[in-house]
Design a protein around this ligand. Sequence first.
Ligand SMILES: [Zn+2]
Length: 351
Amino acid sequence: MMKPIASLSLDLDNKWSYMKTHGDQGWKSLPSYLDVLVPRVLKFLKAQNLTITFFIVGQDAALERNRELLASIAAAGHEIGNHSFRHEPWLHLYSEQQIETEFASAEEHIERATGQKPIGFRGPGFSLSQGVLRALVRRGYLYDASTLPTFLGPLARAYYFMTAKLTLDQWTERRGLFGGFKEGLRPIRPYRWQTDTGGLIEIPVTTMPIFRVPIHVSYVLYLGMFAPALALLYFRFALRLCQLTGIQPSLLLHPLDFLGCEDTQDLSFFPGMKLPSEKKLEFVSEVLGLLSAQFTIRTVQQHAREVSQVSNLRVIEPCFRSDNRTSGHLLSKLIVFRSKFDHPTPRGTAK
Ligand SMILES: [Zn+2]
């Protein structure tokens, strides 16, 4: 019997982009772990016989020192997608002109480094707006993969804001990160966005049917740090629900699923960075084993092409309401509270 398909992607976030989002000024020298990460991931995927999508950040592709590494990803047969140029999770606040510039430079450098022109996009931090969708349509993209329909967004955001080192300006800028509760109501099945300039396939990152909690590999790995057996049970249950509801999951990986405490010290604020990489790889391979036992794993592009053939595919007009005012208000109180707590004396926005 033919197995239904699932898609798998990896957001190639670099060390600097994590530091940038976290408000660590050290990001500006663009520290990188790609030289360790890329060969390790490629070896892993080859051993598992997997071809997936890598969403690449333009800024990394623009650096001479990364060209060969990024070319090796395309040479191994993987799909190359666009993960923006500057990796700013507040991309949805850009003007259309800024979005165009961002896309143009990302595409130019990604294509030069890998030989592939991306036709799939994932916004940094799942940032998406009407302007982003319109730009994707204008630029001839086949699909977007920037939605994560989960109710846990606001919790993730609270955790992030409690641990990040940000100035007041940065707090305000990052307010829209991780989405509000309404994100959880977006569809988990693929659909077509209809904008005034044309259409685009959306492949949401799958969350658990009905419960809308994350099930992507990085999240399962995170649960696995506390209780590995339980995390695998949770993942099995999620896959069973996908099967029962006829959902073809699209899951994602992150660099930190492959990097351990021996690789980098600067990211210790991330949960799971105290484990050695060997342990992580073992677990990730177990999780992916469960996925491929039930589904044929493909790139997101192949997934989107299959979806585009569906005759009664749901069509949705983009609607992004100005980001949830209530939680924004509560958050601004939290910001004031925290900034008082951290900096008892008034202080400017030191850069
Ligand atoms: Zn990212």
